[in-house]
Design a protein around this ligand. Sequence first.
Ligand code: NDP
Ligand code: A1CAB
Length: 268
Amino acid sequence: MIKKIAIIGGGNLGSAIAKGLKNAKKPFEGEIAVTRRRVHLIKSLEQDGIIVGKDNVEATKNADIVVLAVKPYQLKDILDEISPYFLEKTILISLAAGVDSLQISEMAGGRKGIFRVMPNTAISIGESMTCVSAFQSTEEQDQIINGLFEPVGVVQFIPEELMASATVLAACGIAYALRFIRAATQGGVEIGFGSELALRIASQTVKGAAELIIQDKSHPEAEIDKVTTPRGITISGLNEMEHQGFSSALIKGVLTSFEKIENAGKKK
Ligand SMILES: NC(=O)C1=CN([C@@H]2O[C@H](COP(=O)(O)OP(=O)(O)OC[C@H]3O[C@@H](n4cnc5c(N)ncnc54)[C@H](OP(=O)(O)O)[C@@H]3O)[C@@H](O)[C@H]2O)C=CC1
Ligand SMILES: O=C(O)[C@@H]1CCC=N1
């Protein structure tokens, strides 16, 4: 039974995870402690029953799970500071993009039971796509991690070699999707809607499109076929988007993000 989670680094993702776990339909009932140096910036988390503070060691003490939610280059210093306070049973989770489990294990004194977890910011509303890779873990630990993240989205265990790809497709992917929504909204304004209404229509439309795939297990092109009338309006717009390089731009963007994460790994 998990009684205490320490999240070291209450920035964008660390705070989103804490909020998501506390506000899930099946909320995490134990203690969540979140730290950052500028603690005033996370005071509002207290409204969700989360303990906030600056003291990483205090947060780590007695924690069943420690989540490292700092930037990759800060991992070493943080682990030097808190590793001595891990319990035998403490499970270590790293969110750091591009730092592999072996490096984390070494920084933590050769520890086993390490998970790399790559959620996205939709975890704050229980809608994350969370990819997980396990390093020298037990089956029981795997189940604990699965059970922790399932209430806040979809969990997928993957081989660690795919973690960089998961970071791009799921974590960066939120930004790509939001840019689509913004661009559609701008188009909507140009054809007559106020920006608020255009945003409402564009975002619900994207949600509906995603749900068609998720709920019906349908293929995007099969759903597109249902909307494209011969000589019709949709196909004209879609084809113009393709002439302007829509799919190609997206694929190239994904590859560029991937190259960046791969190169970041090689520089270490
Ligand atoms: N944003 C995203 O969608 C995703 C991010 N990631 C990964 O998650 C990690 C965090 O990213 P993100 O949340 O965006 O980054 P942020 O910069 O928003 O958060 C990092 C936090 O760490 C805190 N911090 C820095 N030093 C310390 C310290 N010594 N003790 C305690 N807290 C400290 C900082 O606050 P302060 O300066 O006040 O101490 C800051 O709030 C990164 O490793 C990133 O690669 C992974 C997937 C998705
Ligand atoms: O952009 C970044 O570097 C991090 C990794 C994934 C999301 N944010």
